[in-house]
Design a protein around this ligand. Sequence first.
Ligand code: ADP
Ligand code: ASP
Ligand code: MG
Length: 408
Amino acid sequence: MKIVQKFGGTSVADISKIRSAATRVKSEVEKGNQVIVVVSAMAGVTNQLISYCQEFSSNHNMREYDVVVSAGEQITSGLMSIALQDLNISSVSLLGWQIPIFTNDAHAKALINSIDNAKILKHLDKGEVVVVPGFQGVTKNREIVTLGRGGSDITAVALAVSVDADYCDIYTDVDGVYTSDPRIVKKAKKIDKITYEEMLEMASLGAKVLQTRSVELAMKFDIPLRVLSSFSDGPGTLICSEEEVVEKEVVSGIAHSMDEAKITLVSVEDRPGIAASIFHTLSEYNINVDMIVQNVSEDGSTDLTFTVSKHELLSAKDAVENNKEIKWRKLLIDDDVSKVSVVGVGMKSHAGVAMTMFKALAEKNINIEVISTSEIKVSVLIKANFTQDAIVCLHEAFGLDQVEDSSQ
Ligand code: ADP
Ligand code: ASP
Ligand code: MG
């Protein structure tokens, strides 16, 4: 079989961890598998490299930023290959530009356009393990780029698609996908199987255990993904298509995101074309708007509220203020908010999820500021300091808490 094994930052945080990750690769090779290994930078290294760039200016050149931050993964790929050779496994590291992994020109958030798999296949056929640094690629003009934070997951899945791998294993510091972030909810349960669709919602709503685009790609090309621990053995979590999940939960998990900011335009004129004009301006500034709510009109004016990512708040404010077509009385901004979401494919056929959610939050006196829904999720925007309480109470309300084992 052909497989991809990806090791995240904590799994390659020092030489002894790289060595133990290499033994996991060795055991797959000994089973007769052809293996591509994708590595992240050592834990903390990417943040350190980014902070070096920021010491000059927050407005540094993004081409050079990519040259700097892509270096973290280059170091680990070489070290992983040395570790494998030290275990008598033939291996070779291939950097993004050597393969090449071709992307578009968007520095710091490049999208992969194509991967030339010839070199990789040649080495695999020679019986070698190919080690690839995650998170990096190259443009047609041979510029180095990175894929955005958490992008090594994308490299892993994209390579799995490119060589038609049988599956892609993501090794990390938790032993699978949980019903909520296990670092926040002590009673969170490990999920054995979850659908691509649910994982995609969980990831895009803040569960950073997998990068959103990597799940999207795995879903599109039907690549079975597993999330496994680097530090213990166990079956992990399988992310697969809906048909393969027999027991569909109404709510499978709770995700949260602190990266939220809210803008309210008070007393905007209420006439056709106002929303079109505001959101057109925002899209021209390349700002992603998430939740939107508009109040009922009173005396020909209304309040319009929407949310954006925290780091886009100031440019979103600029964008709206520069739109001269619309008038409002006051512009309010608030970045002390968070978004909490319940996710589950079972919602498609079960009523009452929103009601249970709102009731549980009301019982804890947590005020809901904005609501948004899709077929398989309900999200609410709340004050940031209630985030933990909200997640814990929703976890209980939807029966997701782990049952204590009384036999112990
Ligand atoms: P890596 O460096 O291996 O890519 P990440 O830090 O990106 O690891 O992702 C793993 C982390 O994701 C875990 O340590 C955990 O705190 C967090 N996480 C958030 N939500 C979940 C969830 N629902 N299940 C498991 N882990 C989660
Ligand atoms: N090292 C990069 C980051 O920290 C990419 C990754 O680890 O996935 O975002
Ligand atoms: Mg990650």
